[in-house]
Write a protein that binds this ligand. Structure first.
Ligand SMILES: [Zn+2]
Length: 447
């Protein structure tokens, strides 16, 4: 039986993840994501709102995968499987899925986010959304078995997708870390991974974004301690405490709210995106942040509340806002521009619970934002964060647990792929034979 790995997006580049796997006459698609910098550039452009939300406009802007290259396989697609709710994995689904006569299979948390995107962006999607929990499996149309393996990442219910084929499992591990001590949810189930390896893994498709980092990615527990260190152990009396972090990072948001409680400050999450992710977490039974924080979705609510906060006393609140990449339309940017009529006082604290996502636009916008904050005498605490991606030594552990016959680095540019290749070679994989650094447009048959 022919088993073919087909990169569609996000191979040799970062973003717009999409991979097709062909097993005889059945094809399964893994992820359909946005290229975030290109997507944001399009969103901020002068093109009309309806026009920019079309497949043609998004493809022209290189914001979604170019799936024309698998046009020949379209009738064979049995499922579209999305590993988690980050937009570079799920965001293109409403724009591309319609042309495939297949359901979208996701965890309950990701399903809620997908429904939220469709509603907010006024999009239409005809495909069924099938919810599968981490640890569960299902039989696809055509007879192949799909399994969701629980794994840890920076958003809840992230899974490793396992497609069982007659020649062994094809494992799609695009975005995860090996967290044995997470602050929300269960640790990585090493035994389950070992069993998968014992049964036989034909191919592992592996995110190589952090393959250059010679370390183990620290647990989310470390990020929680870093937060406590700057929020609880630095004197902020009389000043504003403003944290900016990833809206999709429910575990981090929960840690921040816990700090708010310890400080006897009221925690307020601000913004549409954070509201959407908090709602999904509640709906999926992951965490109820509505009990831990006040959540404001709309700009006009935020505007009004910020005015009140300044009257009642800024030292009574812990504000969580968007803007960690310096985005000009973020709440933090609006607090700086005067849009929100926020009067900064020297000594207010701004905590960046994030790192800069390495793209020129982010570096530039963050530098501009930091310059403004510094000029106002704001105390900044940067990089209060640990990543959600595996580093070199986590990747080595995964290779040793699964012992795949073939490995494929994805989700990285050339240097990251090269770093993964050198690691795989240390683990006795051979370039071109069992190690395949493919880019978009190539296909590889494995056996
Ligand atoms: Zn991710």
């Amino acid at each position: 039986m022919t088993i073919e790995i087909i990169p569609v997006g996000g191979w040799g580049e970062i973003g717009r993840n999409m991979t097709a796997v062909r097993v005889g006459d059945d094809v399964v698609i893994f992820d359909m994501g946005l290229h975030m910098p290109n997507y944001i550039a399009l969103t901020d452009s002068e093109i009309g709102d309806t026009e920019k939300r079309t497949e043609a406009a998004l493809k022209k802007a290189d914001a979604i995968p170019r799936d024309e290259q698998i046009r020949d396989l379209r009738p064979l697609v049995r499922a579209i499987v999305v590993t988690h709710a980050h937009l570079d994995h799920i965001g293109a689904v409403p724009y591309l899925a319609n042309k495939y006569n297949a359901p979208v299979i996701v965890t309950p948390f990701s399903a809620s986010i997908l429904r939220g995107i469709i509603k907010d962006e006024k999009l239409q999607m005809k495909n069924d959304i099938i919810e599968l929990r981490p640890g569960q499996s299902t039989i696809l149309d055509g007879g192949l078995k799909l399994e969701f393996v629980h794994i840890t990442h920076s958003t809840p219910q992230t899974i490793m997708a396992v497609l069982h084929t007659p020649s062994g499992a094809v494992v799609y591990g695009n975005d995860y870390k090996m967290d044995m001590n997470p602050t929300l949810g269960k640790p990585v189930n090493i035994e389950q991974l070992r069993k998968l390896g014992d049964k036989g893994v034909l191919a592992l498709i592996q995110d190589c974004l952090y393959a250059r980092e010679q370390r183990k990615t620290p647990s989310e527990q470390v990020a929680k301690e870093m937060l406590k260190d700057v929020l609880l152990d630095v004197d902020s009396k009389g000043h504003a405490l403003i944290v900016t972090t990833f809206a999709s990072h429910i575990a981090r948001l929960k840690s921040i709210a816990e700090c708010g409680r310890a400080l006897k400050r009221k925690t307020i999450f601000m913004g549409r995106s954070v509201a959407k992710y908090c709602y999904a977490a509640k709906e999926a039974g992951v965490a109820d942040l509505f009990r831990e924080a006040e959540i404001l979705k709309y700009s006009r609510q935020i505007k009004r509340r910020l005015r009140e906060i300044q009257v009642k006393g800024r030292e009574k609140y812990l504000l969580v806002v968007s803007g960690h990449q310096g985005e000009p339309k973020s709440a933090l940017a609006k607090m700086l521009s005067g849009f929100y009529a926020w009067r900064w006082s020297g000594g207010d604290h701004v905590i960046f619970s994030s790192h800069i996502i390495p793209a020129d636009i982010n570096r530039k916008q963050r530098a501009e934002m930091e310059e403004k904050l510094a000029a106002l005498g704001v105390r900044m605490f940067k990089d209060i964060h640990v990543s959600g991606h595996s580093s070199r030594e986590d990747l080595r552990d995964m290779l040793r647990l699964l012992r795949p016959r073939h490995v494929f680095p994805t989700h990285g540019e050339r240097e990251m792929m090269n770093a993964f290749n050198s690691l795989a070679q240390e683990e006795k994989y051979q370039l071109g034979k069992t190690l395949h650094p493919l880019v978009v447009g190539e296909r590889k048959t494995v056996e």
